[in-house]
Design a protein around this ligand. Structure first.
Ligand SMILES: Nc1nc2c(ncn2[C@@H]2O[C@H](COP(=O)(O)OP(=O)(O)OP(=O)(O)O)[C@@H](O)[C@H]2O)c(=O)[nH]1
Ligand SMILES: [Zn+2]
Length: 207
């Protein structure tokens, strides 16, 4: 999934290849378009209607877009100032697709790490959220994937990830509990084990 250019003193660059990223899937657009047409017909739609004629193609392309992670490059830097407090990026918006119903769930991610020898450009923390969100997901798995990625990439002293999201499969249909939000967390290393760091992380997340 990730190739690493070994550099001990300077920046270190990692490339995330979308083909091996979230789900590692290959999308067959013509087959998705045919399937979308079948689904619409099965749902009683008249594909002869002018407004619906191109809908199977649009549906296939829309799902392909939602399920294709963008490639990105990660550069890590030596932690030259020996910064040893939490770095936290809060309120990173995301949307993903629930693997049970293929309906969106959307919300915000809060991502923190306690640096060890290396730090990372802040935008990359948001990019990894975007990367794992382009998949058929459950929120728990997505939360852990973000935390695991930070662990593997930076080998920090601790990681904390909290996701808060509204699942449309729960608010628009089914039990229809509008306004309900699901909160998941993944805590690793000192953020999990050290009570002071854990407390600080949770306070920073709450703002
Ligand atoms: N744990 C977890 N569950 C999810 C997530 N997204 C959706 N679900 C749940 O997945 C479950 C699927 O349950 P089923 O009983 O098979 O499906 P269903 O009949 O459509 O369920 P209802 O939504 O209760 O009508 C539902 O309870 C959803 O709320 C998620 O990210 N994590
Ligand atoms: Zn769902």
């Amino acid at each position: 999934m990730v190739s690493i250019q070994e550099l001990t003193d300077g920046p270190e660059t990692l490339h995330l290849d979308p083909r091996h990223g979230a789900g590692g899937r290959r999308i067959d657009l013509p087959a998705a378009q045919r399937a979308a047409a079948d689904l619409l017909i099965a749902l009683g739609a008249d594909l002869g209607h002018e407004g619906l004629a191109d809908t199977p193609r649009r549906m296939a392309e829309a799902y392909a877009e939602l399920l294709t992670p963008e490639p990105f490059t990660v550069t890590t830097f030596p932690n030259e100032g020996a910064y040893d407090e939490l770095v936290l990026v809060r309120d990173v918006p995301f949307h993903s697709l629930c693997m049970h119903h293929l309906l969106p769930f959307q919300g915000v991610a809060h991502i923190a790490y306690l640096p060890g020898e290396r730090i990372v450009g802040l935008s990359k923390l948001a990019r990894v959220v975007e990367h794992v969100a382009r998949d058929l997901q459950v929120q728990e798995r997505m939360t852990r994937q973000i935390a695991d990625w930070i662990d593997t990439t930076l080998q920090p002293r601790g990681v904390g990830v909290v996701l808060e999201a509204e699942h449309l499969c729960m608010t628009l249909r089914g039990v229809r509990k509008a306004g309900s939000r699901t909160v998941t967390s993944a805590l690793h290393g000192l953020v999990r084990q050290d009570p002071r760091t854990r407390q600080e992380f949770l306070e920073l997340v709450r703002g």
